[in-house]
Design a protein around this ligand. Sequence first.
Ligand SMILES: C[S@@+](CC[C@H](N)C(=O)[O-])C[C@H]1O[C@@H](n2cnc3c(N)ncnc32)[C@H](O)[C@@H]1O
Length: 345
Amino acid sequence: MQWITWKPRKIRAEAVTANLAFVQSNYELIVSREQDFYHGERPSASIPGIFTYWAVKYLSPRLREMFNAASIEEFYANEIERVAPDGPLSILSLGSGEASTELEIAIILVARGRTVKFYGTDISPAMSEAGRQNAEAKGLANSFEFLTCDINKQFPPTDATIVLANHSLHHFVELEFIFSNVRRQIGAEGAFITNDMIGRNGHQRWPEVRGFVEAFWRLLPVDKRVDRIHNIRKMEFKDFDCANGTFEGIRAQDILPLCLQTFNFERFLGTGGIPDVFLDRMYGGNFSHDDPVDTAFVDVLENTNTSLALLGLVKPTIMFATMRNKPIECAYWPAHPSVAMRHPD
Ligand SMILES: C[S@@+](CC[C@H](N)C(=O)[O-])C[C@H]1O[C@@H](n2cnc3c(N)ncnc32)[C@H](O)[C@@H]1O
């Protein structure tokens, strides 16, 4: 088997944003920034408690209903077992970082009596090394192999029939190259399973969501309008473009359309939209999961979002999905992925 090497091919003209053009012409610099940021540990900023409140109350029941899963790791493990109920499992993870998700998935599968081989890939040598050490510490060194590579440029040769990507697709530039290789890799019976960000590039708000976010913003007392990353109070809501000079969300809005072009969806759970900005690392720390006023505010955000998502008026920013090559019936919430897709303006 051979590594598949990327050959320059034009990205659709309408997908080329100023950020993408900058990243493409300063590629080595942005790669080194990525490697510096992912230097061996998951980035330290902790997830705000209010995000956990939202996830437990609103995401968990949906994961349970669609995937019979009590956690994200169980979502992956259950989907892997569903598509490959027998025999040894060979799984390739794209942008696996220090592999904590993959290790938990492996622990679940091994406990269920499965034989597992995981291939982790990451552009950061430090993350690959951390993954190796973590696998060893968990007694799973023989089940894991780590390959340091740039998945935008090189697709590794493995015998995997299942491909995972956990929160990494939104860092990738050459999605067309990657998805065509995933398609080849999973063959007739394999699957591509992911939990990733599919909202607007740079994780910004689409205009229809921004209007709601601005309206809710004005309801907030000023002490809840603090950007906790830059330590600045924002009287008016100002969106932040995470893809400005980084891979973060660089082609997030292209992920779902390209997945729809390349694969058939078997399961699609979409979530996120209006609540995101009030739960994330920038503003989530302004709210407390112990404060009934704060949690009631999040309930209103989520219920507004759910109603609008069911009407197709706002589109999900996060997906949990299983995709196949073969034509297959799709279970979905809140809408079929082709309807949940946001066409760029
Ligand atoms: C948000 S982290 C997710 C890591 C891991 N999957 C997790 O869930 O913790 C994104 C990961 O993608 C890796 N990455 C970014 N660009 C990549 C590329 N072109 N090829 C391989 N890995 C890449 C980063 O180094 C980082 O570890």
